[in-house]
Every structure is written in C-alpha cells, then in structure tokens.
Ligand binder design. Structure first.
Ligand code: BGC
Length: 531
C-alpha cells in the first residue's frame, strides 16, 4: 500500500476519532431499535390468529381435520399464502428502500415505511376475506421492508463504534419483544368469538408505527448520509447531537474529518449504483464478495430454522402429541426475549465471528438431539419433554448469537457508497428466505402433506451445520472498528486472521499523507478494544 505511518503522535490514536459514549447519546442511537417491534409483531401475530376459531369461521373453507371449527378451517394453500405473503412485500420493500435511503435519507425512508405500513394495517383490519387480508399484508410488508433494512443502516451509521454491536442487537431485542407481545395478545383474544379476536392484534400494529415514526421525526439524520450528499454543516450538527458534544469540539471535527476522508477515498474507487454492488471480485474487500456475504448471512440466519418454531411451533407441537402446543409457543417466545440481552455483552466481548461460530455449533447440536430423540421414541412423553427442553436450548443459542449478529454484520460490512443498497439486498434476502421457508413448511409437516413430524429437525440440524462452516470461512471480525476501519481491515486480512487486525491510521491521516507525500515514520499500533 502506498501510504505509511505519520509521525504525528496525537493522530495515531484511532480511539480519538469518536467522542466518549454518553448515556444520552446511547439512548438516541438505540431509539430506532424500537422498530424491531414492527418486524416481530407483524410476523408473529399471524401464528395465533390462524388458530382462532372466529378466524377459521370467517376466513375458512369446509374441512374435516381435527383442528377444524364447526367444519371450517383455513386450507393449507391459504395458510401458506397469508403467512408468507408478508415476506413477499417485505422483500420488494427492502430492495426498493436501498435506493430510496440514498435519495431521501435514512431517517425519512424509515418514516415513509411507517406510513406505508399503516395503510396495510388499515386494510388488514377491514378484511373479512382472504383477498383483502392478503393485500393488506403485502402493503404492510412493503412498509416493514423499508423499516427493517433502513433501521439497520441508520443504527449502524449513527452508533458509536465501541457499542455499535450492542446497539444494533437492541433491534433484535425489540423483534423478540414484538413476537412475544403478539403471542400474548393472540392468547388473550383467542377465546373471543367476535371479529375483535383478529382485529385487535391487527390494529395494534398501528401503534408501533406511530411511536416509531413520531420518535424518528425528532432524531437527527445519519451524519454519514449528509457526508455522502456533501452537506457537511448538517453532518456536523447531526454528529454534535448524537455524540453530545459541541459542534466545534475536537471530537466532532475529528469524526467528521474521518467520514469525509473515507468518503473521498471510496468515491475514487466506486460509484453508488446497483452495478457497483457487484464489482470488485472475490477478495474480502471486493464489493461483490461483501454483497454475497450479506445476502448469504441473512439466508443462513433463516436456514437456522428459527421461524419453524415461531411461525408453526404451536401447531407443530400440538400435532406431535404435546398437549399444550400453544403454551410451548409462549415458552419459546419468552426464552427468545430472555436470551437476547446476553448478546449485548457477548457481541462486543467475543466479537461477531466467534459468536456466530459458537452459536451455530450450539444450535446444530440441539437440533440433532431433537431429531434423534424424536425419531427413536416419537409419541412418548419423555421424547416430548426432551424436545421441548432442547427447542428452548436451541432458541437460547439463536437469540444470543445468530439472531442479533446477522443484523450487526450486515450493518458493518459495506463501504458507504453501496452501504444502503448492500444492507437492502441482505435484508431482502432475509425476507426472501423467510418467505420460502414459511411457504414450504406446511407442505413438509402437515398431516395430509409431507408429514415429516420430528424428522424435520434433521433438516434444521444439517442447515445449522452449514452455518458453522459459513461463519468460519466467510465472516470477518468487525468488532470495535469504525465503519471506515472495517474497509481497511477487509483490504488487509482474510476472515480467519481478521480478528487480529488493528487499525494503524485513520483515513484523514491517509489522505493527508497522500497529499503531502511525507516520508513514512513509525506509527503507533492501536488496540481494537480501546475506546
Ligand atoms: C429473524 C426473524 C426471526 C426472529 C426471531 C430475526 O433476527 O430475522 O426471522 O423471526 O429473529 O427472534
């Protein structure tokens, strides 16, 4: 590389580029995490609603199976469509939002997502037939697509680097709370025999959109977006609010200098088009490799099989003879909420890469144990208990590792020119695979279809094993680095030795150095954990 260390002692400290993290700054950055509720509640409430008697009576067709109510039930094809159509909307919403967030800003795109989402909610509440319900879920889905992709982008861009992993994990925490709330609301409405049974869970979604939209309206736009748009005054103002430091302070100036220098550097290398996302080849720093990593990361997160438990868990456990399938659903959802906060600490302590490897090992073992016990002794009481316990252990591993880390990683791996589009592509992949798995699951496990029963856990065990290899060979360690340092790290390392990399200089120094062509002198080595 044609640039060397600078002799300026006070500039070699990568940690000086950002202000110390204040509680206020932390809370400002973490607010957007609330948007996870939209994601969790929206994808979660449908599970319980499908099992409601009034819903079966209103939306069902004649059926003879044991779950039918007054001879009516939701047919497999309608069930698949109602559940998975949301992800189809979110897929397109997420993709489109990558373009929109570069044009109108990150914050504005999220607010727009809340508005679109609310329109979808109105249609869902108004529906009394599958057609309108499906339409409402597509539109709400588009809104969730905007929100789910751009919140990750926004949070990664506004968060101080030392706590970025923890802050983005907060988003996952709200997803889990959304899922839990949905289960609780569904449960409390499940015996109601009026249209309120399904309209209350549907209508509540409106509240989440309102809180998120109004709250974000009061927060600053991402300083990195302002830099991208050459609005440096606005960038300084946003940084000053986010970091709780005066606009003219050294912290704000240094951080801004770094963002600007990085942007100049990246701009020489690439533009911001969709085509640029696929350039650069297979080296770890190539855009193509990073985009594939993001897309595959979210694909693998879905292939852990987690949504098999959350979308179909209640029905599935009922089917294999566990008396209270619904209760099991509540327990797994609660374990999901309870285990996620562990990641706030672990993701900064162990790092993203190790956490993913360790989580995948834990999940694979749990899935195989369920598969073995289920295959050997299906139907016995003991097997039922073992399955419930290991399902909970599996969820513990997912919630404390892959759940949050997949989102953290996609927020960190892209260079600014293509970051919005990269995050959008990765999020769209999450929803695409969410859709595929949501769609095929009933065909794998329903009694009159594949009827795989517990054998379906062999599938999830195998896919979790693939997650171990994927994390080992593909994921680089991004912990403790600024988003700009991540670019340098990817240029200089491979995934397996990435955790050892330490930043040697800032982009501002690099730019200055290139301009003056000073002679290289000894530059200090910074430790990654230093704040
Ligand atoms: C996943 C969702 C899943 C949820 C469970 C998220 O990170 O993307 O598909 O339902 O975690 O907590």
């Amino acid at each position: 590389m044609g640039w060397g260390p600078s002799a300026k002692a006070h500039h070699h400290d990568g940690g000086r580029v950002e202000a110390p993290v204040t509680l206020r700054g932390y809370l400002l950055c973490v607010f957007a995490a609330f948007g996870g509720i939209l994601f969790g509640f929206d994808s979660g409430y449908i599970n319980g609603v499908l099992a409601m008697n009034y819903f079966k009576q209103t939306f069902g067709t004649p059926a003879t199976d044991s779950n039918a109510y007054h001879g009516l039930n939701i047919k497999t094809s309608d069930k698949s469509l109602i559940v998975s159509i949301l992800s189809a909307g979110t897929f397109f919403g997420a993709l489109f939002s990558g373009w929109l967030a570069d044009r109108i800003g990150r914050r504005t795109t999220i607010i727009a997502g809340c508005i679109v989402f609310s329109i979808g909610v109105v249609l869902q509440v108004a529906s009394t037939g599958v057609g309108l319900l499906v339409g409402g879920r597509v539109i709400a889905g588009i809104g969730v697509g905007f929100v789910s992709a751009i919140i990750i982008l926004y949070m990664s861009e506004v968060a101080p680097r030392a706590v970025r992993g923890a802050i983005v994990s907060g988003y996952q925490f709200f997803i889990t709370i959304g899922l839990l709330l949905a289960a609780v609301v569904d449960n409390s409405m499940s015996n109601d025999l009026t249209s309120a049974s399904y309209r209350v869970p549907m209508g509540l979604q409106f509240l989440w959109a309102l809180i998120l939209g109004v709250g974000l309206f009061c927060l600053p736009e991402s300083p990195r977006w302002y830099v991208k748009k050459d609005r440096l005054e606005d960038a300084a103002r946003a940084l000053s609010t986010l970091r709780g430091q005066p606009q003219g302070s050294e912290y704000v100036r240094e951080e801004l200098n770094e963002l600007v220098a990085n942007h100049h550097y990246e701009r020489q290398l690439m533009a911001s088009t969709w085509a640029d996302c696929f350039k650069g080849g297979w080296k770890p720093s190539g855009n193509f490799r990073r985009v594939i990593l993001g897309i595959a990361m979210q694909m693998m997160q879905q292939w852990t099989g987690v949504n098999f438990i959350f979308y179909y868990g209640s029905t599935f456990f009922g089917q294999i003879g566990v008396t209270n399938g619904f209760l099991v659903g509540m327990i797994t959802t609660a374990v999901n909420v309870g285990s996620t906060p562990l990641s706030f600490w672990a993701i900064e302590k162990m790092g993203r890469r190790s956490l993913l490897i360790y989580g995948a090992v834990g999940m694979a073992i749990s899935e195989f144990i369920i598969a073995i016990v289920g295959t050997a002794a299906e139907g016995s009481k003991a097997a039922g208990y073992v399955m419930i316990v290991f399902t909970c252990i599996y969820i513990f591993f997912f919630a404390s590792t892959w759940g949050p880390a997949a989102w953290v990683v996609i927020g960190e791996i892209f260079p600014l020119p293509i970051r919005a589009k990269g995050v959008a592509l990765a999020t769209a992949s999450n929803w695409f695979w969410n859709f595929v798995i949501g769609y095929i699951t009933p065909y794998m496990v329903d009694e009159d279809k594949g009827n795989l029963r517990t054998k379906v856990f062999w599938v999830w065990g195998a896919t979790c094993t693939a997650c171990i290899f994927f994390s080992y060979f593909m994921v680089s360690e991004t912990k403790g680095l600024s988003l700009e340092q991540v670019d340098l790290m990817l240029e200089e390392t491979r995934p397996s030795n990435s955790a050892k990399w330490v930043p040697r200089a800032t982009y501002a120094e690099r730019e200055q150095h290139m301009a003056t062509e000073e002679k290289a002198a000894g530059l200090g080595v910074e430790h990654r954990d230093a704040v």
